[in-house]
Design a protein around this ligand. Structure first.
Ligand code: NAD
Length: 437
């Protein structure tokens, strides 16, 4: 799980070779720490004329303790409200704001552009154009800096939890994403350090890897975590549950009676569940011609079919009002991958699950979203052959793999009661991977 190249690139000879040969230069990413300010410097806020979100942005930054300045030499963030841009000519206001400032952005700095969700009308063409701008800026930014585009529906302004996430180390490996904020307001948490206080969170596949990290981060944010995994993983599962002060549930999610068992466990022991993270997933790689029926069936069962059955059971009973369902897709579900027809199908199906259930969850006062991780440093990726592993690590704008915590932080943002206006999103945690971009 170690990135030897990254460590070498930080040594004297490493720095010399990296700069002389133009090799990838993965800087250490600045991840969230409660004792550190959210950003590596003050933010600069700008707006196109007629923008409707600038005041809200300033209020959010003040409440998050982020200093805002005008003539900042090394801004920790550049935030631009582009909602006022209503003609193609006025896209120039975007250029005018960023052109003189982008070079100065701090190491691990953040760029956020806010737009209005395009509706396909002629008037929304300049708003749609913002996507090309932000994705290109993402490819130009160096030294761990990231950029995101946040589309906010007309009339909506519930952007606080999203801005707090993006303008912090919690989004260290999320880059060049388009996030959509809908109507609806969410309660502000009493304590932003424990937004999940009093909530019950189910995390499947929680005994190791990304699932264990999700359990840790949700518990850090105040949730009681019910850590689920197959009985064979019972020992590791108990360790994780003990570490996070949670409880365990040993269950194979593909068993025919799994949804019933799950619902009765959650309702009887915990009075219901608020957050469900479908993290359990498997790979059984072979090219399509060589793939066995069993490998196809197993991957589709764990990664997709079982999750739909669990959702349906929980929507009938168990999922409390305002509940959150969170899927774990993959860039293989977006870009496809050799030897992964089964996995790619299942992970694209997870995106379909988000699209299809979003209105159902909204009717329940809740949300459903997914993360799509890219190359994450886990036991799974450590087993990938060296050459493919190195390609996966470097072929992204951060020139390095992400960590399980990067996926977990994104899930915690979806899980927050303050994210009630974030519904139906699939956000990649991939450092702007070149695959399927
Ligand atoms: P992992 O193999 O380390 O962990 C998966 C866990 O799911 C294991 O503990 C396993 O026992 C559990 N599980 C498998 N089948 C189960 C079943 N039938 N019932 C209950 N639990 C079951 O994998 P990981 O790398 O931590 O990946 C976690 C998720 O992230 C998966 O959905 C994976 O597809 C996805 N993902 C990972 C990466 C990556 O780079 N590691 C990239 C994209 C997506």
């Amino acid at each position: 799980m170690t990135d030897r190249y990254q460590r070498f690139a930080r040594t004297g000879p490493g720095k010399f070779l990296v700069s002389r040969l133009g090799l990838p230069n993965p800087v250490p990413l600045r991840r969230y720490r409660p004792d550190q300010p959210p950003l590596p410097g003050p933010a600069v806020v700008g707006a196109a004329k007629g923008g409707r979100l600038e005041d809200t942005v300033r209020k959010v930054l003040a409440s998050a303790g982020i200093e805002v300045g005008d003539n900042v030499e090394r801004p920790g963030a550049l935030v631009f409200d582009a909602t006022g841009i209503d003609t193609v000519d006025r896209l120039r206001e975007l250029y005018d704001f960023f052109h003189p400032r982008i070079r100065g952005i701090a190491t691990n700095g953040r760029v956020v552009v806010l737009g209005t969700t395009p509706d396909g009308s002629k008037e929304s063409i300049p708003q749609r154009a913002l996507e090309g701008f932000t994705r290109s800026v993402g490819k130009e930014l160096k030294r761990g800096a990231t950029v995101q585009l946040v589309y906010v529906e007309p009339g909506a302004d519930d952007i606080e939890s999203t801005l707090r996430f993006l303008l912090s180390g919690k989004s260290a490996y999320v880059d060049a994403q388009v996030i959509r904020i809908g109507q609806g307001t969410s309660p502000r948490p009493e304590n932003w350090l424990a937004p999940l206080a009093g909530k019950v969170a189910l995390v499947t596949g929680a005994s190791r890897g990304i699932g264990a990290s999700i359990a840790e981060v949700l518990a850090r944010d105040g949730a009681h975590v019910v850590a689920l995994d197959v009985p064979a993983q019972g020992g590791e599962l108990s360790e994780v549950a003990n570490r996070v002060g949670g409880s365990t549930l040993q269950l194979d999610i593909t068993a025919p009676d799994a949804p019933t068992k799950l619902v009765s466990h959650l309702t009887q022991r915990h009075g219901g569940v608020d957050i469900v993270v479908h993290n359990a997933g498997i790979t059984r790689d072979k090219t399509l011609a060589k793939m066995t029926d069993a490998h196809w069936d197993a991957v589709l069962a764990v990664n997709l079919a079982s999750q739909l059955r669990i959702n349906d059971a929980l929507l009938v009973s168990g999922l409390r009002a305002g509940g959150r369902i969170i899927g774990v897709s993959s860039i293989a579900g977006i870009a496809g991958n050799v030897g992964q027809t089964n996995y790619g199908t299942s992970k694209a199906g997870v995106i379909g699950m988000v699209n299809s259930y979003a209105p159902l969850l909204a009717a329940h006062g809740g949300t459903i979203n997914a993360v799509a991780p890219g190359f994450i440093e886990t036991k799974m990726t450590a087993a990938v052959p060296l050459f493919i592993r190195e390609a996966g690590r470097r072929m992204n704008s951060m020139s390095q793999g992400g960590l399980p915590v990067d996926v977990a932080e994104t899930i915690a943002w979806y899980a927050s009661p303050a994210s009630g206006a974030v519904n139906g999103n699939v956000v990649r945690v991939c450092g702007q991977s070149l695959l399927g971009a």
